[in-house]
Design a binder for this molecule. Sequence first.
Ligand code: SF4
Ligand code: NI
Ligand code: NI
Length: 709
Amino acid sequence: MTLFERVFGGNDAVYGLTEAAIDNAIAQYGEGQAVSFPDTAYSLPCYYAVTGSKVGTLGELKQALGVVKTLMTRNPRLNDAFMSGVATALCAEFIEVLKYLNGAAPYELPCYGHLSDAVIRNLGVPLVTGDIPGVAVILGSAPSADEAVALVKSYQSQGILVTLVGGVIDQLEEKGYKTGDNVRVIPLGKDVTAVIHVVSVALRAALIFGNITPGDAGSLMKYTMERVPAFVNAFKPLDDVIVACGAGAIALGFPVVTNETENIYRVPKSLIVQEDVSKFNATSLEARDIKIKITTIDIPVSFASAFEGEIIRKGDMQVEVDGSRKDCFELVTTRDAAEIEDHKITVDGPELDEIPVGSKISLSYIVEVAGKNMQSDFESVMERKIHSFLNCIEGVMHTGQRDMIRIRVSKADFEAGFRFRHIGEVLYAKIKSEFDTVVDKCQVKIVVDEAKNKELRAMANEVFNRRDDRLRSMTDESVPVFYTCIMCQAFSPSHVCIVTPERLGLCGAVSWLDAKATNELDPQGPCQVVPKEHCIDERLGRYEDVDEAVQKYSHGALEHVTLYSLFQDPMTSCGCFECICGVEPVSMGVVITMREYAGMTPLGMTFSEMASMTGGGVQTPGFMGHGKHFIASKKFIAAEGGLGRIVWLPKELKEQMRDKLNEAAKELYDVDNFADMIADETICTEDPEELLNYLTEVGHPVLSMEPFD
Ligand code: SF4
Ligand code: NI
Ligand code: NI
């Protein structure tokens, strides 16, 4: 059999199964029965991305299958094979969506099945920063469970996101290997059709971040080929269905590496035979052209961004640094070069092996840096990275910041030889490598002593207070320049964030100070200086210089952007915004929701649905993505009256922002307890009249504002 025959045969087989499954479902539920995946605004995402049509009912699904059939041409040419691969993928999506029929929950942990839009948006920032350098799709069973673990671990320790389909899931379970989206190893499902859930991620990324028009299959495939660094590892034996799926993967630009040698045809750079499973990793990275940043750190356990979200339970911890009960803190501070001995790490107090297991302890670390180009403003930028640095250690969990930190070190790490000084090693190595242009020398002082930490903490708090005073005094008016950030252009080619002291980047990860530091660390990098010499309209935040910058860095896609308006040339969104706001026409206010909140809003839309209204670097007046902290900024939609327009927030977000919202509203409108006037899901969802009643009852300031023009 030729490769074409295998692809066509596999495609026909899956098509037959799909047709039967749809007919069965119609016989049982009728054509009008709704079909959908949970938590997505993109219908059946793959079918929608490829054809531009949404499918809402079983009857429409049946029609869609007719459209799929038209892709299944049978000439022995490469294009026919690719299209049959795509058709196979679409059939797989249909089979998978039928599993969700009638509100069923077909997947249970460890398997995820369909991944929500929010999961994809969460991946946005780490993908653009290269924290997630690639996406591996592992299919089938490895020759042995040990080899399965070794392969997954090899990707995980490079930060690569791993998705699993089929027998490999059981192999990891058998070995007790931890999986989950928090450690970037996601079992999708055990049937081969579950592979569609990762294809769905790639295609939604194109719609969400790339502003690809649904139905523009050519641009879609170009986008996935150029911008989604995914690849497939398929274990033998490969049946025709898997070969047909593989053709679909290759059509999207994802190379397939397999250990199958029988009845297989090599296609350079696309279908690669690698008999030695221990070389799958290297072969795949080479085929997809993925480069891994290596930082070697002298510690006895793994260090990788994939471990950032790992959770250490009470029963698994050796010791806990507990800032809520003991004096603890972390601090980065600048010293004279003469005061620092590079790479000196001291532990003042008992080491980990001298402390009883399960203890809650007082611990602090001061990272002292020196460098000709060091500025005290960078201290807080570095300090905020400590959270991510320590979390990347396998078996260590870090939360909080400043003097409210909590660190858990696992028993497994202790047994592997991990000690407090290794915290110093990590801090030293990461600060030196990530801030190499400003840090010439670095040393770390760890103190494990309650009495000493009590004194040191008082000193650290003075530093934190001084910093806060400086931050509070920093306004858009008081600084000489703004910055661009174009980090997200890897996925949203025309998106530009303008970052100001009072408006952080929409991902929430880039403040004005961060942008300034990024610019000085890498002058040719993503953050460029935007002068602010020619203000055109202060109320809107319209500057000639800003317009010039967005024109230049969006490559002409954008002409005008205002900093403070939701309606007039609002700032664009890429896809990884923390929050989105949209106009609520009944109250003339705005509703804001966030990625973590999956529920409904009074706009009749969920986060995913609101988010799908904008993105990909286009301007959508009335909808705008933004960072959480922008909500309490005095510049938040200042042109339309400011944060007094906020009529609804998810409760969790409201609580997070409560104090700052109250403070800002007091200053702007002389209103007390503004946060209590904002509705949330415990007060109303869905019904705008109910919302209006509540706002009237509490005397919300929006009611005395002008309608939007
Ligand atoms: Fe992306 Fe804007 Fe965040 Fe930069 S500031 S990483 S461009 S969202
Ligand atoms: Ni113009
Ligand atoms: Ni982004």
